[in-house]
Write a protein that binds this ligand. Structure first.
Ligand SMILES: [Zn+2]
Length: 385
């Protein structure tokens, strides 16, 4: 049994000063104010008098970290990614595939499904909650670095091959809604419990709205790999920013999107509907050099990942995205926290809810008031102890 106390706690919707969190068998059993609750005698006490307790961070778009790519990594590689993520406050993630030759995607999906089904929490590490299939159902015009020869038509038959290989562990899919057949696939995948995110898309307003009507409710790395906003032809970005039924994510590294536009995005979507992602590659947490992104080689220099001169993922970590969002938008920590905990968990309809409450897994982060990670606890186990 573990008891945690701190200066304050964000659930993240509520703030509790001088909180007490009691954890038993990896699960939160008590959340409240210290003045209302006794610390159980048999509990080991972890006291953070100057810090803030928050839910663990949830990254729904990440391709790798610590030198490993999620499509290439074996169990050891995945474990290295997961341990690294825990040091950055991330307790759950959705390993994200990129477009590649179909056999490579199918093999990666099988391996990732293994990792999800056999997730063990022997040591503090981020837990994979489901797969994010980013591609191959993307627009040729807005493919970014996704190889054009491997993009596929969004047919149910194509999707089914991925679904079978992943044994139903696909939980998020990025798709361009304007492609022929996309709305039918969006409707079917939604029925199977996949969260549909529109992105890598050249959709005009009408096509974007058709995707939403079919079941899409989120948008992938807003502004990047999207038809640009035009004030007379608003297109997909006009729909993403103005429709309150849509949540949307953004890469807040200051490279993919200018800080002022990150601010504009956060103001448009608000703390209820914005989500921070990293889109990190294997290079996250590593020095400059050459790394893999699926079957593509990327060059990393001065924190920029490039493939043939085009941005190819990031070296961003989610704790830094939180600090950047606070700076870019002048938002306070509880507002930004929602966008990296509760919101991504809700968007993906994940088994973990991204909040601190009785009955939830004890996935917790101890932060300084400016968002630096002091400690991470996954299912009641503290990283680095
Ligand atoms: Zn990506």
């Amino acid at each position: 049994m573990l008891a945690l106390t701190a200066r304050s706690l964000y659930t993240p919707l509520e703030q509790i000063d001088r909180p007490l969190v009691v954890v038993e068998d990896g699960v939160v059993v008590t959340v409240g104010s210290r003045s209302d609750h006794e610390i159980p005698g048999k509990a080991k006490l972890l006291d953070f008098p100057d810090n803030i307790l928050t839910p663990g961070l949830v990254d729904i778009h990440i391709h790798g970290a610590a030198g490993f790519d999620v499509m290439q990594a074996d169990a050891e590689g995945r474990s290295r990614i997961e341990k690294f993520l825990a040091t950055r406050g991330v307790t759950s993630y959705f390993p994200t595939t990129v477009t590649a030759p179909i056999d490579i995607i199918l093999r990666a999906l099988e391996q990732l499904a293994d990792g999800i089904e056999r997730a063990t929490m022997d040591s503090p590490r981020a837990q994979p909650l489901g797969i994010h299939l980013e591609g191959p159902f993307l627009s040729h015009a807005r493919r970014g670095v996704h190889p054009p020869e491997n993009l596929l038509a969004p047919t149910l038959a194509n999707f089914d091959r991925f679904w079978q290989a992943a044994r139903g562990q696909i939980r998020v899919m990025t798709i361009a809604p304007e492609l022929d057949g996309a709305t039918e696939l969006i409707a079917e995948a939604t029925k199977r419990g996949v969260s549909i995110s529109i992105g890598h898309s050249d959709a005009d307003l009408k096509a974007a709205r058709a995707g939403v009507a079919a079941g899409a409710h989120h948008a992938t790395h807003t502004f990047n790999a999207m038809r640009p906003l035009d004030h007379r032809e608003p297109g997909i970005i006009g729909e993403v920013l103005s429709n309150p039924a849509l949540t949307a994510d953004i890469i807040a590294d200051g490279i993919h999107v200018h800080p002022e536009v990150v601010r504009l995005f956060l103001q448009a979507k608000g703390p209820e509907r914005a989500v921070l992602i990293t889109d990190a590659t294997a290079a996250a947490g590593m020095p400059d050099g050459k790394y893999w992104l699926g079957s593509l080689e990327v060059d990393v220099k001065d924190g920029k990942c490039l493939h043939g001169g085009t941005l190819a993922g990031s070296v961003l970590t989610l704790d830094r995205a939180v600090r950047n969002a606070m700076k870019f938008a002048a938002w306070d920590l509880p507002q930004v926290l929602r966008t990296a905990t509760l919101n991504p968990a809700t968007v993906t309809n994940a088994a973990k809810k991204g909040r601190i409450e009785p009955g939830a897994d004890a996935d917790l982060v101890v932060l300084t008031s400016d968002g630096q990670v002091r400690a991470t606890i996954t299912k009641g186990v503290r990283a680095g102890s």
